[in-house]
Design a protein around this ligand. Structure first.
Ligand SMILES: [Cu+2]
Length: 251
């Protein structure tokens, strides 16, 4: 019995240790990104190709949860930084010179594109990290979906083929009917403080293409929105602010 409980304790200790380290940028060069009510600073950071970074994301806003993610091909999974919190996130700059864009934003709120600018000066010979193409959301199985909402995206409106559906597993099929502009579709839930929680989204929906994703939704009021920011995907304007959102109800 003694041995068994000893092993159990060791396993718990290991699990906690592994969990604490998983998303940290420990060991990389510290780069502070500060999130405030009006957006994030700095908007440009000089980095070296192949460099390991420890992005310290500090949310000093008065009430908002900020989201931070790589866009336009930069491989950084979205993280959420709650008000008053600091998150350490690791990012390895790809080899070669180039600009890697991070989007720092509150859904339907302030949005800043943070550019990591990798010069060609002190390029290291580090092996290229898995240069896999951007992961596209795999088409989910069509069984078990309670309803489907067809959503069309264009400059600058979001139109659903129905204003409401019943609660359950809902498929959002987004079609970008634009001739030349990339759009995205996010399902937002209004919060008590006036902000939004981003429940799920498809990004980088190319002109003339469709992508779908499924969400399990409870009854309530939602907003369907495109959150492309100025400086993202070739856009010079913030799509939400231009009117790319519509109300949606789950009954
Ligand atoms: Cu858009």
């Amino acid at each position: 019995m003694k041995n068994v409980s000893g092993l159990g304790m060791a396993a718990i200790g290991l699990a906690v240790f592994a969990g604490a380290c998983s998303s940290s940028g420990a060991g990389g060069r510290k780069v502070e990104i500060t999130m405030k009510d009006g957006g994030c600073t700095p908007s440009s950071v000089a980095v070296r190709p192949g460099e390991k970074l420890n992005l310290l994301l500090k949310n000093e806003s008065s009430s908002d949860a900020y989201e931070f993610e790589g866009i336009d091909g930069a491989k950084l999974e979205e993280v959420v930084v709650h008000q008053g919190k600091t998150l350490s996130v690791g990012y390895t700059v790809p080899s070669g010179s180039g600009t890697h864009k991070m989007k720092c934003y509150v859904p339907a709120g302030p949005s800043t594109i943070v550019e990591l600018v990798a010069g060609s000066l002190s390029e290291t010979a580090s092996p290229a990290r898995g240069a896999t193409p951007a992961a596209s959301s795999s088409p989910a199985a069509s069984i078990g979906v309670d309803s489907t909402v067809a959503v069309s995206l264009v400059e600058y409106s979001v139109t659903a083929d129905k204003p409401s559906v019943s609660a359950g597993k809902i498929r959002f099929a987004a079609t970008n009917v634009s001739k030349g502009q990339v759009h995205e579709l996010a399902v937002l839930k209004p919060k008590a403080d006036g902000g939004f929680e981003n429940l799920g989204e498809v990004e980088d929906v190319e002109p003339g293409t469709s992508t779908s994703f499924d969400l399990e939704l409870v009854p309530g009021a939602y907003t369907l929105a495109c959150l492309i920011a100025a400086g993202e995907s070739g856009s010079t304007v913030d799509h939400y602010k231009q009117g790319m959102h519509t109300d949606f109800t789950v009954k």
